[in-house]
Design a protein around this ligand. Structure first.
Ligand code: PCA
Length: 204
């Protein structure tokens, strides 16, 4: 049976929740696809998040890896296409680190791309009524860091791996001008993204 690894992040920046993890938990509760689903909550810490994710990849050898995080201001489920080799933190991470202008991986490629089937995911979410978009800017914070390290590590393995940013949720209690999305809707989008990615992997 194929395996999917799906991750969200712990809360950060004073928010009481992180909707990426809330949505991942809903996916886990409702999972019925003929594939094993492994979920994990990653720390919002430069380096530690990607180390934990890559350890899970080494342990479970998944066919599909989808890491997710929240991006305040996004109005749709955002399929990230590119990660850059740059750390530039506007605020400290949950361990107090605030790197500025450092590489994620020294002397490595400037950018890496998702290997998720982006067009098929966008098509399927659109057909299901889940607001979706592609993005070529995952930021310079812990999500980009994790996405970059994930693709840097998995590129030689030929697995479908990438990153999805999700909109804020009402439970984050942000300013009322920030667009929110119900984590249940996000979860539907993540489940479909995982199923489409599974369907697209070549038989091994
Ligand atoms: N979002 C942050 C890090 C953790 C999260 O959920 C980001 O976009 O980098």
């Amino acid at each position: 049976m194929p395996t999917v690894l799906l991750t969200g992040f712990e809360p950060f920046a004073q928010a009481p929740v992180n909707p990426s993890w809330d949505a991942v938990q809903i996916v886990a509760e409702c999972w019925t696809a003929p594939a094993s689903l492994i979920v994990a909550r990653l720390p919002v810490e430069f380096g530690a998040a990607s180390a934990a994710l890559i350890e899970l990849v080494d342990l479970h050898r998944p066919d599909v890896v989808i890491a997710t995080g929240v991006a305040e201001g996004r109005t749709a489920v955002s399929i990230e296409t590119v990660a850059v080799n740059m750390r530039d933190a506007r605020i400290p991470d949950n361990a107090g680190a605030q790197p500025q202008g450092e590489p994620v991986v020294p002397a490595a490629e400037q950018r890496v791309e998702t290997s998720l089937p982006v067009d098929r995911i966008v098509e399927a979410l659109t057909a299901s009524g889940v607001p979706v978009e592609t993005s070529d800017d995952a930021g310079r914070y812990v999500c980009n860091d994790t996405f970059y390290a994930l693709r840097h590590a998995t590129a030689p393995l030929g697995i479908a791996a990438g990153f999805i940013h999700v909109p804020a949720s009402a439970a984050m209690r942000l300013d009322s001008t920030v667009t929110v999305m119900d984590p249940a809707v996000v979860a539907k989008g993540l489940r479909i993204a995982a199923e489409v990615s599974l369907a697209a992997i070549p038989a091994r």
